[in-house]
Design a protein around this ligand. Structure first.
Ligand code: SF4
Ligand code: SF4
Length: 136
């Protein structure tokens, strides 16, 4: 997957600024307490803790950030944002990272790669929602 770059020489503060511009949230106030990871229902499934995403975004580590799955599978349940002691609306940060990815024309799911059995079993509305959320 491509980097989560804004331009060819993205710095950590540029990435943080872009996230703030899209989400309205200041990721630099995150103190890495891990509460968001502890309450996230998608953490186990994705193997990708929200706390780590916040740290990588703060540091501008785009390659490692692009490898994280949580902002691609985030269910927008809002639990992490409600529990964050720093008042960061974490779901909005996940949404901003998804938007930054899609704006680079990067698809996060590929219809041809969805197993045939899943295509038969999944409700149409789920597939449509996934395509709308995860394709550029
Ligand atoms: S709960 Fe808030 S302060 Fe704690 S790690 Fe998550 S984003 Fe950072
Ligand atoms: S909004 Fe997303 S990142 Fe936050 S707890 Fe829910 S699934 Fe996890």
């Amino acid at each position: 997957m491509k980097k989560l770059t804004i331009n060819d020489s993205t710095t950590s503060w540029q990435l943080a600024d872009k996230i703030r511009e899209i989400s309205g949230e200041n990721i630099n106030t995150c103190m890495q307490c891990g509460t968001c990871s502890a309450v996230c229902p998608m953490f186990q499934q994705s193997g990708s803790p929200p706390r780590l995403v916040m740290a990588l975004a703060q540091l501008g580590l785009e390659d490692q950030l692009a490898d994280q799955r949580i902002y691609k599978v985030c269910a927008s349940c809002l639990y992490c944002g409600v529990r964050c002691p720093r008042g960061i609306d974490v779901p909005r940060v996940m949404e901003a990272l998804r938007q930054i990815t899609l704006r680079q024309n990067i698809d996060m799911i590929h219809p041809a790669q969805i197993p045939e059995a899943d295509m038969r079993e999944l409700p149409t509305i789920a597939l449509v929602a996934a395509f709308r959320k995860l394709t550029a």
